[in-house]
Ligand binder design. Structure first.
Ligand code: FCB
Length: 439
């Protein structure tokens, strides 16, 4: 069955930051520091999904999706990142899973969507190898409770973005700006992934995936310097996270000053390359890369002129999704497991009209054209088995706070009123017309 769904993440929607024994995460800490997020927004309340989840499950059910990707908040399940499970935290996801199953919706939880327990960050976070082992213990606790009903699991969400934004540039939690010093956060996340695959399988999980953020990389020109810079960027953004998982080896990191990588120990790559049942791919836009104009990184982002952009300023390039999927197939061949597009969507300045309607026709066009691009990739032989819209609800968009609206459903953050947008009706009709059964 082809999975058609929507995606969310715990810190972006749940709120209830201090309830039922939840511990602080790096995002609680970071978002409360002055100047870190736009207008100082935090996820303290977010969409109040922790209390309003029955309404949100009803929205999913009316939409007609057959799958829902969400994330488990590690600090709800292990408030300090180690030790026994907080049963109240698990109870929340237990109820959610049961309600989804009762509505005929396949639950697809992600174990880590960036909300590391603060206690683990205090011990070094993903720069510390120990965090990988803690992650596997947490995976086991979650699966022991839920794997009797949850078939499909995702370990990590976008380890590239977490490393780059959280540890290299410091624009996301935990706010560390270490540049190349952030690279160990890649290896330790991947090691955590591999260890978690084993823990999930031991607890009876059916299918296990990782979700990577991937981008087709375009050299700014045919000049060899630009092409070399594009290759270096492709290594950092795509191959650093796909190669070890799918091929059991790291790409050449010498452009980043890494020769023999001392954080990698014997046996780690075998753990990281544990067979998977699928790979999740999040696609938002291609990246155009030029040779660097100053010392430092081996590339420079050249921007993508000539395309329309989302409210976030991200270029809208639907065919980039086809290009990306076909490139993955070309690069990994038989080593590429079935692909699930686990996020795709756009932000818009959605304002309800006087009649209360949110006429987000730009989002409808965006989604239509990206689904078409995915279908072209399938016709070109890529085994794609799912597509999840980011996002069900407008939510806390990390450093942008509540300013970027990605939802099929509008949220008035003052009242928590949910209003399905025109794109929600479009997706519902698309699914009812066979979008969900034609595969
Ligand atoms: C992705 C994140 C997701 C959301 C979208 C817009 O990188 O995984 O949480 O913020 O971008």
């Amino acid at each position: 069955m082809f999975l058609w769904g929507t995606a969310t993440a715990a810190y972006q929607i749940e709120g209830a930051a201090d309830e039922d024994g939840r511990g602080p995460s790096v995002w609680d800490t970071f978002s409360r520091e002055p100047g870190r997020t736009r207008d100082g927004h935090t996820g303290d309340v977010a969409c109040d999904h922790y209390h309003r989840w029955p309404e949100d499950v009803a929205l999913l059910s009316d939409l007609g999706v057959n799958a829902y990707r969400f994330s488990l908040a590690w600090p709800r399940i292990q408030p300090r990142g180690s030790g026994p499970a907080n049963q109240k935290g698990l109870d929340f996801y237990d109820r959610l899973v049961d309600a989804l199953l009762a509505a005929g919706i396949t639950p697809v939880p992600t174990l880590f969507h960036w909300d590391l327990p603060q206690a683990l960050e205090d011990g070094g976070g993903w720069l510390a190898r120990d965090t990988a082992h803690r992650f596997a213990e947490y995976a086991a606790l979650a699966a022991e409770r839920l794997a009797d009903r949850v078939r499909m699991w995702i370990t990590l969400n976008e380890p590239f973005v977490h490393m780059a934004y959280g540890y290299a540039m410091g624009v996301h939690a935990p706010g560390r700006a270490l540049l190349a010093g952030a690279l160990p956060a890649a290896h330790h996340q991947l090691l955590g992934h591999g260890l978690a695959v084993g823990a999930l399988r031991a607890a009876g999980a059916g299918q296990v995936l990782i979700t990577n953020n991937c981008t087709p990389v375009w050299p700014a020109s045919d000049a060899e310097e630009d092409r070399a810079a594009a290759r270096a960027y492709d290594i950092l953004h795509n191959r650093l996270f796909n190669d070890p998982v799918l091929l059991g080896e790291y790409p050449d990191l010498s452009a980043y000053g890494v020769g023999r990588w001392d954080v990698v120990r014997d046996g780690d790559l075998e753990v990281i390359a544990a067979p998977l049942d699928g790979i999740g791919i999040n696609y938002y836009n291609p990246t155009r890369i030029a040779a660097p104009s100053s010392d430092g990184l081996p590339f420079e982002d050249a921007g993508i002129p000539g395309y329309p952009t989302t409210a976030f300023g991200w270029p809208i390039v639907p065919d980039g999704l086809r290009e990306l999927l076909v490139r993955l197939k070309d690069r990994y061949g038989e080593a590429l497991p079935p692909v699930y597009v686990t996020e795709n969507g756009c932000s818009q300045e959605d304002v309800p009209g006087p009649d209360g309607v949110v006429d987000d026709r730009g989002r409808i066009a965006f989604l239509e054209r990206h689904v078409e691009a995915m279908e072209r990739a399938r016709r070109e032989g890529v085994d794609v088995r799912g597509y999840f819209v980011w996002s069900l609800l407008d939510n806390f968009e990390w450093a942008e706070g509540y300013h970027q609206r990605f939802g099929l459903v509008h949220v008035d953050f003052a009242t928590q009123r949910r209003t399905p947008k025109a794109s929600y009706a479009w997706f519902r009709d698309f699914l009812a017309a066979g979008g969900r059964s034609e595969h």
